[in-house]
Ligand binder design. Sequence first.
Ligand code: DGY
Length: 424
Amino acid sequence: MTQALLDHAAEILRENDLGAYTVPTHGLYPFQWNWDSCLTALGQAHFDESRAWTEIETLFAHQWDDGMVPHIVFHKQDDGYFPGPDVWATGRAVPTSGITQPAVAGFAVARLYARAKDKNMARARASALLPKIAKWHDWFFRCRDPHGSGLVAIIHPWESGRDNSVDWDAAFERVPTEGVMPFTRRDTQHANPAHRPTQAQYERYIYLVQLFRGLGWDNERLHDASPFQVVDPGFNAILLRACSDIASLATELGQTEIATRSQAQANKGLGAMESLWSAPHGQYLCLDRQLGRLVQSPSIGGLLAAFAPIPAERCRVIAATLAGLGDKVRYLVPSHDPDAAEFDALRYWRGPVWLIVNYMIADGLTRAGETAVASRIVADSLGLILRSGFAEYYSPVDGTACGGGRFTWTAAMVIEFLTNGPQT
Ligand code: DGY
């Protein structure tokens, strides 16, 4: 059984591999996505280490001069996706989007290095990537935390990766839709519209893209100009984990300046994270930076915080919160609390389970010694695959497959779960 699953997962990775990068799935997402690629590399490394390094190198070959690593690289023309390069209009030779995505690269590179069988290759390739990753992190703190709080804001829901989370609803109300160009969505032609964000959300997504485009994608200006600035604990946890991981890796590789700077970024951010903690919710919450208020929304972003080296006591409470969620649904981890009125078991990030988030939460909990809940998350993740195949995401209630099929990062996570389990 295990071998059959591993073979199936590897087959999906190969099928979506276009040579130097991997598409998340054919049709729905025909380009290279930032965090998809970095997590995909972890799966690829199990059968081809060199190919795994290439996945991340290809992404970083499209890093902007200011340090940003874009969320999509449009390597080649494909009309099957909206918004395409003409909408973004970022003016790059190989077109990219103009926003970023969760900074998993530092974590992924550190893990690839730690596990590498070919240490010489790993040392060379990690050493070359490290300054680029550090430059991306510096960009985050300079451009998405211009007032120096220690935590970065997303300025577009797509940056979080959790596009239509309930977390953004209130802040999104303040994003207007006047002047949004007429457009035709393509996602709803590839996937069930009931599993995708709504039209009203899409209009606001596009409003923000048009606003930033009008500012020439000048990242020194976008944060303060954006009507949407939310500090997401999950997004920050990924960044801070990456800072902490590359600090250790840089020490090992003798890049001491990067080590010192990255550790300082991690320490400052982890300290600031505590202002997002909510004892009544038993998790961290988002901060609406424009209002200066926490968003009272019990979503997975505040549980994903366990991925960062937060205090063990916080992980203990998060594990208890997760155990409570586990009593409400068959499959952990729902992306929103099923008791909340906004919960929707099938609609993208408003309820469904995503294996990549399961992986990161389980990893953090294992590291903190919360192994019982971590094991349940791993077992539920594999249960979903057995029930419904390698989907993009799943109903936490009954495991219904949602979104795209034959999904790359889902397959990568299955290889990870079966081969290593969450690691310390
Ligand atoms: C999409 O198109 O659905 C992505 O999540 C945005 O990058």
